[in-house]
Design a binder for this molecule. Structure first.
Ligand code: TNX
Length: 536
């Protein structure tokens, strides 16, 4: 009897090997370890999470199926498949014929969700399927980031004879707190290559950022090709802070960045800083200069010494060309005119300048953004103020009913040193350790009403950093905290709980070769954490 049973088993195994090259889906898959979705290390923390304590088996039988391509959902499916391939080496088919329908990730369009918010999504993880619903491909893309964060790095290979990555089951309902979740990169003080910017975009997208502001010009360099004014990059592109060689983006390079960002559902915001911070432009075209001195190349880190000549018509012809050419390459709705620290521009000249620059930006159908000083001019309520230092300016912005981007330097500046030990960074706004960067309420900061606030943008000025590794040291982990402040509901944010989830980002950061500051405030999980399971 015993003998008979085992020989029958052997026979069916041989038959199975004979008829199929892939092993059959093992029924023991249903016995995946118990999980608890509410304990997952998700950043930003979702609005609501419910656990059902089992798991979806991500494995060689999984396929992705999406809503029709016209809505951009196919691209989101392909993006997910590519990230799964990078992470666990599985080839997951997207919208192709698949033999096994028991293990499918569906990505659906849902009109009811788009009524809440274009970026909202609903994720339902079952034992045999994952259903991601979103109003738009942007919402689906945000949901995909959540799903990526739920995939364990290590397969649960003790269960069956092929690898399975169990994804904790349950439901997640998620909506962003703020519509504008930004980072800024200063490519003017030090130049960063297209590849470096792409890597930063990858990391920002993982944490659900949707805006990347590029500070393209400053005293030390001009970084974007303007075809009608070629010396800007011929001369202005050849310098940066210190001895390094500078660099610039051709218009094709810039398009590459814009397209790559768009694939990551991130909008690029170009900034041409004016009328101050313009030494590099004036070196290239001295007629622009308004500070009464002969412009000379500048490789230092002082601010506030340069200005355009605000009363010359040809200066506005120049600005019109620059705004027109950059706007034509920029699908996003915004154009940033800078406007900060114009210490050698007379007040009345500054106001005159900002009023005229705003009209030029509007002529090319863009919404003007400026650093908080621009509110001292007569700007339209459609323009946006970026609060970085002056609460008086922030209050004036509220009085004028402007929308405000929150970048208070003592909280949100990624270029401030963490502490005494910091290798890079400045400290004019104080040290910004990661608890200071996390424990504040952007939605009620300095009595600015929440309805005026678009969201936080975390600027990274590059006087002290010159390559991606140094950039990452300042940005990570603080940029991860701003992602949570921007996305998660205030009642879901908690420093103690965040600390644990942040410590568990190490496998992701290491896998992506990210140079983060290992702050002593956090218990970093340097070994890839196994999937969280509950003992039965
Ligand atoms: C202030 S923030 C600046 C920048 C500097 C930065 C350094 C702002 C609008 N202007 O020009 O790079 O401080 O932290």
């Amino acid at each position: 009897m015993h003998y008979f049973r085992s020989s029958a088993l052997a026979f069916s195994c041989i038959a199975m090997l004979f008829f199929s090259c892939k092993p059959e889906k093992d029924p023991r898959i249903l016995n995946l370890p118990k999980t608890d979705l509410t304990q997952a290390d998700l950043i930003p923390k979702p609005s609501t999470t419910k656990a059902t304590y089992s798991a979806f088996p991500l494995d060689q039988y999984t396929a992705i199926h999406t809503a029709p391509d016209s809505l951009g959902f196919n691209d989101v499916g392909l993006f997910l498949a590519a990230k799964i391939k990078d992470l666990v080496e599985l080839d997951i088919p997207v919208n192709t014929e698949y033999p096994n329908q028991e293990s499918v990730i569906y990505i659906h369009q849902s009109d009811s969700l788009s009524k809440i918010n274009q970026e909202s999504y609903f994720l339902k993880i079952n034992k045999d399927s994952i259903v991601l619903s979103a109003g738009s491909s942007a919402g689906a893309f945000r949901g995909i980031q959540t799903l990526r964060q739920l995939i364990p790095l290590k397969a649960n290979d003790s269960i069956i004879d092929y690898p399975v990555w169990p994804i904790a089951s349950g439901t997640i309902n998620d909506t962003p707190l703020f519509a504008y979740r930004g980072a800024m990169l200063d490519v003017a003080r030090h130049f960063f290559t297209v590849e470096e910017v792409k890597k930063y975009i990858d990391l920002l997208a993982y944490y659900k950022y949707n805006m990347l502001h590029l500070h393209l010009t400053d005293d030390q360099g001009w970084r974007i090709e303007i075809k009608s004014w070629p010396k800007l990059t011929e001369i202005g592109g050849a310098t940066e802070v210190g001895d390094e060689p500078g660099g610039f983006y051709t218009q094709e390079d810039y398009k590459t960045i814009v397209e790559y960002a768009a694939q990551n559902h991130i909008t690029i915001i170009p900034e041409v800083d004016m009328p101050g911070h313009t030494n590099a432009a004036s070196v290239a075209y001295p007629f622009l200069n308004g500070n009464g001195k002969t412009p000379e190349i500048y490789r230092g880190t002082h601010v506030g010494f340069s200005t355009f000549d605000t009363r010359k018509d040809t200066v506005y012809t120049f600005i019109d060309d620059v705004v027109r050419e950059i706007s034509a390459l920029t699908p996003g709705p915004y154009f940033h005119i800078g406007g900060d620290e114009s210490h050698v521009t007379k007040k009345e000249d500054y106001i005159y300048f900002v009023n005229k620059a705003e009209k030029i930006v509007q002529r090319y159908n863009k919404i003007m953004i400026g650093w908080d000083e621009v509110v001292t001019a007569d700007i339209d309520t459609t323009s946006i103020a970026q609060f970085w230092s002056s609460t008086d300016n922030a209050k004036m912005a509220v009085a004028k009913n402007l929308k405000i981007i929150m970048s208070p330097a003592n909280k949100a500046y990624l270029d401030m040193k963490y502490d005494l030990e910091s290798e890079y960074g400045l400290s004019w706004a104080g040290y910004v350790p990661i608890d200071t960067a996390y424990i504040w309420k952007p939605e009620s900061y300095e009595n600015i009403p929440q309805e005026n606030i678009l969201g936080i943008e975390a600027p990274l000025w590059s006087e002290t950093v010159s390559n991606i590794s140094e950039l990452e040291y300042l940005a990570f982990p603080r940029a991860i905290g701003f992602a949570e402040l921007n996305w998660s509901q205030p009642e879901n944010r908690d420093w103690e709980n965040y600390k644990v989830r942040l410590g568990n980002q190490v496998p992701f950061l290491e896998k992506n070769n990210v140079n983060y500051y290992p702050s002593p405030l956090i218990e970093w999980k340097t070994e890839s954490a196994p999937p969280k399971t509950i003992k039965e």
